[in-house]
Write a protein that binds this ligand. Structure first.
Ligand SMILES: Cc1cc2nc3c(=O)[nH]c(=O)nc-3n(C[C@H](O)[C@H](O)[C@H](O)COP(=O)(O)OP(=O)(O)OC[C@H]3O[C@@H](n4cnc5c(N)ncnc54)[C@H](O)[C@@H]3O)c2cc1C
Length: 381
């Protein structure tokens, strides 16, 4: 791999930057407010929804790396727009694109690229978060259906989604090989969506309940012996999320560089204080390192070599750097940083989730240690 972006990737980066700067209005609330929907309409019109999906379904057939560059650029101006592009492309939609049947793709993907349909993920459960393979939701064959029982938690945008990719146990051996995934549409008998709860970043999450929910067999994505395939797709989802985090962090940093050159104390610009300069330098170092690690992981996916260790490295580093950088950016804005008049506190709240969602920092570090040391560490014994 050449240590630079290709001409095509640079072009996508520039197209997205230009679009974001000219067209997007920062929308603070995901799925709420006039700005969000205006942006969503423009994103659909300009082909930004479903960027990684095949052209026959209305997508742009881009590789994950190019999609990440677009998401990063959009998030610098409007994180909620970047997030929508993420969700409809390398995010949850990716499960259907990679694992779905031709019929499922034909049914769902064109609606998703048109901005008319939204799919969320039901993986976590009240007693199975980091220990994802402990999930207890069951899918039992019954004629032309699977009967689902159990519940899910923390489902982002669950209040709005039209359908859900639901992880469930299709077998009863008790091992991870029982775990598969099925698409459950809103309105399915026996299935209900809980109350929307607002989280720290202003995003809404819900629980899902399955009480003898009857889901048609044709909605199955994968049944048994597919946990590895599911997590393979999920690694791409993780990288897209990291790109979103990086874009938000870059926006916080850019604003801060501007601010320290404008704000005066003790009769001079605060950027003239060495203490401030070193904070800026440290942030820049972390930002550049985060980007390099993320792009490396993305380049490996382009070459069809998803390396879960590189994904964990990128995910952990981006999340930790984002937390530290946005905190320091807020700090350098003083009282204004803490106020809601400026977006710094929002940037901070947005990136905080990256240390938890998609696997916590601790869990990814455990996987990294296992890879570096060449040993598996059983978390149960
Ligand atoms: C913003 C956001 C969006 C999310 N969206 C979704 C979604 O759309 N769909 C979905 O299914 N889920 C979603 N989640 C849930 C997310 O996947 C889980 O929160 C995450 O996997 C952690 O699980 P938990 O919350 O149960 O924490 P726990 O697993 O209970 O962990 C609690 C603490 O213990 C630590 N810990 C646990 N096990 C170990 C270990 N072996 N070694 C060291 N430390 C350990 C963790 O690192 C953590 O600090 C979302 C979460 C967030 C924050």
């Amino acid at each position: 791999m050449a240590y630079q972006l290709t001409a095509e990737q640079l072009q996508w980066q520039s197209v997205a930057r230009d679009f974001a700067e000219r067209k997007l209005t920062p929308a603070k609330h995901w799925l709420e407010g006039e700005e969000f929907w205006k942006n969503a309409e423009m994103l659909a019109e300009h082909g930004f929804l479903g960027v990684t999906l095949p052209e026959e379904y209305g997508g742009m057939n881009l590789d994950l790396f190019s999609a990440m560059l677009i998401i990063e650029e959009l998030c610098k101006v409007c994180p909620t727009s970047g997030r929508l592009v993420y969700h409809t492309g390398p995010g949850i939609t990716n499960f259907i694109n990679h694992l779905g049947t031709p019929e499922q793709k034909k049914k769902y993907l064109p609606q998703i690229t048109a901005g008319k349909y939204y799919v969320a993920l039901g993986m976590s459960e009240p007693d199975a978060g980091s220990a994802a393979t402990d999930l207890a939701t069951t899918a039992v064959e019954e004629g032309n259906f699977y009967k689902l029982n159990g519940s899910k938690i923390f489902v982002s945008e669950g209040h709005f989604a039209h359908a859900f990719v639901v992880y469930a146990r299709f077998g009863n051996t008790g091992s991870p090989s029982d775990i598969g995934a099925i698409l459950v549409e809103r309105g399915t008998p026996g299935f209900s969506v809980g109350v929307a709860e607002e989280n720290m970043s202003g995003e809404f999450q819900t629980a899902l309940y399955f009480d003898d929910a009857l889901v048609p067999k044709e909605n199955v994505l994968v049944t048994r012996n597919a946990f590895k395939a599911l997590m393979g797709v999920y690694n791409g989802v993780r990288l897209g999320y990291a790109a979103q985090t990086l874009g938000i962090t870059q926006a916080a940093f850019d604003r801060t560089c501007q601010y320290v050159k404008e704000r005066k104390q003790f009769g001079k610009q605060i950027c003239e204080f060495q203490g401030v300069q070193w904070m800026i330098a440290d942030m820049y170092l972390q930002l550049e390192s985060a980007r390099a690690l993320l792009y490396k992981a993305a380049a490996e996916v382009v070459d069809n070599k998803t390396d879960k260790t590189s994904v964990s490295v990128a995910k952990v580093y981006v999340a930790e750097a984002a937390k530290k950088i946005t905190d320091d950016c807020l700090q350098l804005h003083g009282g204004y940083g803490f106020s809601k008049e400026y977006p710094l506190e929002w940037y901070y709240r947005c990136v905080r989730a990256a240390s938890i969602a998609g696997g916590t920092i601790q869990v990814h570090k455990t996987m990294l240690a296992s890879s570096v040391l060449g040993r598996k560490f059983d978390q149960r014994k």
